[in-house]
Design a protein around this ligand. Structure first.
Ligand code: PEP
Ligand code: MN
Length: 263
């Protein structure tokens, strides 16, 4: 169902009134993690002003260390909902466990499957049944073909609204946090009718690299970008090194618009 042999015309995924997969690059931006109401509202207003179409934020965080900040859970989803009501931006947030499906039904507009759950097949089936658009990230050690097979689990449940996401894979290279596989994204777009998102923040690992990777993703044909933005990245409770300041995000949006114009 995810392959081009099944469906030739490009799929447009609708998240409330936002269309992903059309001519325009859709930008989802917001903090790595929802930390409190003030932080989330501040950043939501800033990214909206800069031209983002979706608000991203983690309420349930998949952290490598169990001692790291794990997110606010349901409280975080409520804060995102409030920020959405104040700004009009639809919300995308990551689900870690199918036990939380009801909360996502209530508070999220788009459900993210993170890289670490990209092959959690029971969760993929459950999220497929939920009937909300899904942002499906590629696993750290998965091929593009495996990503399409993961999408298949969601599509099989009758949910055709899936956006694939390239977020970097594990390679021998250590100069970036992960290797953003733009070649894989381009190849994936030829294999599937589904729209592709690129996340330049997580593979960059350092904010100095985010603009270049974002612009390269747009040039390579990304339908959507996922960018981490924090009002004060230096004190962020997660991914402090890679989050952009609101000013830097504003500048990035201007550069994306200029590039999109030229393409
Ligand atoms: C995220 O987007 O917040 C995230 C945890 O990303 P990934 O699953 O790609 O590591
Ligand atoms: Mn993050």
């Amino acid at each position: 169902l995810a392959g081009n042999e099944w469906k030739k015309d490009p799929t447009i995924v609708k998240v409330r009134d936002v269309e992903i997969g059309g001519n325009k690059v859709v930008v989802a931006a917001g903090p790595c993690a929802v930390e409190n109401e003030e932080q989330t509202l501040t950043v939501a207003k800033a990214v909206k002003k800069a031209g983002a179409s979706l608000l991203r934020g983690g309420a349930f965080k998949p952290r490598t260390s169990p001692y790291s900040f794990q997110g606010l859970g349901e409280e975080g989803l409520k804060i995102l909902r409030k920020a959405s009501e104040e700004t009009g931006l639809p919300v995308v947030s990551e689900i870690l466990d199918s036990k939380d499906i009801e909360e996502f039904k209530r508070y999220a507009d788009m459900v993210q499957i993170g890289a670490r759950n990209s092959q959690n097949f029971t969760l993929l089936r459950e999220v497929g049944k939920l009937g909300k658009p899904v942002l499906l990230k590629r696993g750290l050690g998965n091929t593009v073909e495996e990503l399409l097979q993961s999408a298949e689990y969601i599509l099989m449940e009758g949910n055709g609204s899936v956006v694939l996401c390239e977020r970097g894979i594990r390679t021998f290279e250590r100069s970036t946090r992960f290797t953003l596989d733009l070649g894989g994204m381009v190849a994936g777009k030829l294999m599937s009718h589904l729209p592709f998102c690129a996340d330049p923040s997580h593979p960059a690992g350092k904010r100095e690299l985010v603009h270049s990777l974002a612009l390269a993703s747009v040039a390579a044909g990304a339908d959507m970008l996922l960018i981490e933005v924090h009002p004060r990245p230096e004190v962020a409770l997660s991914d402090s090194e890679q989050q952009l300041t609101p000013d830097s995000f504003h500048l990035l949006m201007e550069r994306i618009r200029a590039l999109s114009h030229a393409l």
